[in-house]
Every structure is written in structure tokens, then in C-alpha cells.
Design a protein around this ligand. Structure first.
Ligand SMILES: [Zn+2]
Length: 265
């Protein structure tokens, strides 16, 4: 059903007016970014979700839609003369709380990482975030998993994030993995919820403390000599200890946290 209609002066009848706000504007193609309002001809009846996505902006990035001053959801079908304002999700985004556009909240934060941001899964696991990843998963499988397992799908692929079945997702803007981690920390407000080095970076399982004497045959001589605290992954048996690789990872986490503070401003 159409919301109340007003046709603005200068606008062709039959068209709708669209304003993309905030972080959505840079996602528009080329010169469209410079235009405060876009006019769009309605050639056939379609949902506002599909109309917005015809401008290559996935619905996962949308926080609110207003038509002639009234909030609508993704199923709304635009009518000639509609004046539509589209707003981004505003950090810190909490998918575990219901919202008008996403009334079914996630039970917990769990990420699903697309192969085009593969390194991000290591860094998310490094800070303790539950993160699923398999390089062989197809787009169809990723979308299905995101819906069935209640995951936030992270990708740089706009086409994938446009799939209707995906409720929670985020289009990763940066190409650099550390900046991608900073982006996620800032976007989902994770800085106070980090639990570094609690998960296996290889398989995502939660690490368990392990007694040094049980691991002695598996340790290199120098590791055996200098370290006493060990953790073991119950999923893949990988052994962890606070060695030089961990110092390097700590530096990465600190860098990402510092970048995330800049992004929040
Ligand atoms: Zn593991």
C-alpha cells in the first residue's frame, strides 16, 4: 500500500525522489554521489528494497527508510510521487536488538566471512569473535548459512549482500585486513567486548588451558624451556602459548583498536 503522496515541483509525474544519507552516499556510483536527490522512473511495481538495490547499495547497509515522512519496511512498494529518504545503519550497530527493519534480533554475535575478506576471519577470531569461514562455501551457501545459523555476513561483494534471505550483513569498505578489523570493531561497537586469544585462529573453537607436562613431547626445546602457560584447541589440537607470534598479534589488535577509534569519530 502506498504512503501519502506528494509530487515535488519540477519532478516528472510517475517518478519517485530518493535521498541517500550519510555513509550510503559514497556507495552510489560515480556522479550520483554528488546529487542530493535522485529521481527514478517506476517502470513496474517493485519493492523499495529492490529499488534501493538498483543503485548497487545492499539492503544490509540500510538503517531506516522514510516515505513521505513515514517509516516503511523493505517490502513497501513505491508509488509515483513518493519522496523517499534512506538512512544508513549508525554505529554502534547491535544486531542483537530488534529494530523496525529487522524485528528478529540475533541471539548472539556470530560472524560469517566471505572468501574476499578471508584474512579478516583470522583477526576476528584473534579478538575472540565467533567467526565461521570455509573457502569452498558458495554465495548460495553463505546466504543460507547466514540465515539459518543467525550470522552477520561480512563481504565486499555487493551482489551477495543483496540476497533477500540475508538479514544481517555488512559491506566491508577497506581492502586492508587490519583496517577491515578496525571497521568491524567500530561498526559493531566491539572495543569493550574483546576477548583476545580465547579462540583458535585456525578452526574457531574456544581454547582450553593445557598442562605443560601433557604437552612436553610436542614442544620444541626452546618453547619447553621458556614457557609454562599453554592452551590447546579441542577442535584441531593446535597448541598456543604466549610467544613472539602473540606479541605481533597484540600489536595488530592495538593498531586495529586505535584505527577503530578514529573511524568512530
Ligand atoms: Zn583449532
Amino acid at each position: 500500500m502506498c504512503a501519502d503522496k506528494k509530487i515535488s515541483p519540477g519532478q516528472e509525474s510517475g517518478a519517485i525522489g530518493l535521498e541517500f544519507h550519510g555513509a550510503l552516499r559514497p556507495l552510489l556510483q560515480g556522479s550520483l554521489r554528488m546529487m542530493p536527490r535522485l529521481y527514478h522512473s517506476l517502470e513496474h511495481r517493485t519493492s523499495i528494497k529492490d529499488t534501493i538495490e538498483s543503485f548497487t547499495i545492499p539492503h544490509t547497509e540500510i538503517g531506516a527508510i522514510s516515505v513521505n515522512g513515514k517509516s516503511v519496511d523493505f517490502s513497501y512498494q513505491p508509488c509515483p510521487g513518493d519522496q523517499i529518504r534512506i538512512y544508513p545503519l549508525v554505529p554502534p550497530v547491535d544486531p542483537c536488538r530488534p529494530s523496525f527493519l529487522r524485528p528478529k534480533p540475533l541471539p548472539r554475535l556470530r560472524f560469517l566471512v566471505d572468501v574476499n575478506v578471508a584474512r579478516l576471519r583470522t583477526y576476528l577470531r584473534m579478538i575472540g569473535m565467533d567467526t565461521l569461514y570455509q573457502p569452498q562455501w558458495t554465495d548460495h551457501e553463505l546466504a543460507l548459512l547466514a540465515a539459518q545459523r543467525g550470522c552477520i555476513l561480512l563481504s565486499r561483494d555487493r551482489g551477495l549482500l543483496r540476497r533477500k534471505i540475508i538479514e544481517h550483513g555488512h559491506l566491508i569498505r577497506s581492502e586492508d585486513p587490519i583496517q577491515q578489523l578496525a571497521e568491524i570493531i567500530a561498526y559493531y561497537g566491539l572495543s569493550g567486548r574483546l576477548n583476545p586469544f580465547s579462540r583458535c585462529i585456525k578452526c574457531n573453537a574456544l581454547l582450553q588451558p593445557a598442562a605443560k607436562e601433557d604437552l612436553l613431547p610436542l614442544l620444541e626445546p626452546l618453547t619447553r624451556k621458556y614457557y609454562d602457560t599453554f592452551f590447546r584447541c579441542p577442535g584441531c589440537d593446535k597448541i598456543y602459548w604466549p610467544g613472539s607470534h602473540r606479541d605481533a598479534m597484540e600489536k595488530m589488535v592495538i593498531e586495529a583498536l586505535s584505527l577503530s577509534r578514529i573511524l568512530r569519530k
